[in-house]
Design a protein around this ligand. Structure first.
Ligand SMILES: NC(=O)c1ccc[n+]([C@@H]2O[C@H](COP(=O)([O-])OP(=O)(O)OC[C@H]3O[C@@H](n4cnc5c(N)ncnc54)[C@H](OP(=O)(O)O)[C@@H]3O)[C@@H](O)[C@H]2O)c1
Length: 238
């Protein structure tokens, strides 16, 4: 995948800082949240950097929090880094930016009870094989008390946190069984700059969302870069 440099890593104080009341539930993203971002890869780095820039307190969850790679991502984003369990303990909200196949095994070490979990993950096998059980639904089933919201999984990492970079209107999909959690995550997406947030409904739509990955791969191959997204255009009902 091509490397494109963007201003993903705005530091606290540089960007606008949100009102702090120390709590998340019922207060949406007007509060400064404690957020865990699981995974220190391309997506975890982008999301963590943006959240820190927006004034949230972020801990990255890593398999190797003491390793140079994790420390470098923490340094670049302004987040702290710990084990997955430590990050989950920090987070009122959790972001899953892990490979799909590793998500449930790694999340099992975490206390996720009652928390909003934003699942951005895809199965690696989704690139060229049918999805048996969509990841978002599988995580919800494995952790029934979690308030899972599936979103951003079909968007290139740099555009997830800076949709305006594309210079055109484009679409992000969202789905959840929990209407209030979905509304709160929608508000967070708006703070990232998203305007076209298409609510598909409940988590059965994870299948459609996760099966966009082969199309995404074909488009990246056609363009030779990941600086694109889908835009859904509608007309009047016929
Ligand atoms: N890249 C995109 O543009 C994009 C777009 C939409 C959705 N996604 C999805 O978002 C998730 C993260 O994508 P990514 O591009 O950030 O992936 P990535 O660069 O490979 O990073 C994934 C991170 O997960 C952790 N991890 C835990 N177990 C792992 C394992 N067995 N193998 C590799 N990494 C492991 C690693 O962090 P530690 O080493 O610190 O543990 C790693 O840095 C995936 O599910 C992907 O399908 C990606």
């Amino acid at each position: 995948m091509d490397v494109i440099e963007f201003d993903l890593f705005a530091r606290p104080g540089v960007s606008h800082r949100l009102q702090t009341d120390g709590r998340s539930r019922g207060s949406g993203v007007e509060a400064q949240l404690n957020i865990a971002v699981m995974g220190t890869g391309m997506v975890g780095s982008a999301i963590a950097g943006r959240l820190v820039g927006l004034g949230h307190s972020v801990m990255l969850g890593s398999r190797a929090p003491g390793a140079d790679k994790a420390k470098a991502v923490a340094n670049a984003t302004g987040a702290s880094v710990g084990s997955h369990a430590e990050a989950a303990a920090h987070g009122e909200w959790i972001v899953n930016a892990l490979p799909g196949e590793q998500s449930i095994p790694l999340l099992k070490s975490c206390d996720l009870d009652g928390k909003i979990l934003i699942d951005i993950g895809n199965y690696d096998i989704a690139v060229d094989q049918p999805i048996v059980a969509p990841l978002g639904q599988a995580i919800q089933q494995a952790f029934p008390s979690v308030r899972l919201v599936k979103t951003l999984n079909s968007v290139s990492a740099h555009l997830m946190v800076d949709p305006a970079h594309l210079g055109a209107e484009h679409t992000v999909f969202i789905a959840s069984n929990d209407a209030d959690a979905k509304a709160q995550v929608t508000e967070l997406l708006k703070t990232f700059g998203w305007r076209r947030i298409l609510d598909l409904g409940d988590l059965k739509h994870c299948r459609a969302m996760e099966q966009l990955i082969p199309l995404w791969m074909s488009l990246e191959a056609a363009f030779g870069h990941p600086n694109f997204n889908l835009a859904v255009v509608t007309g009047d009902k016929v």
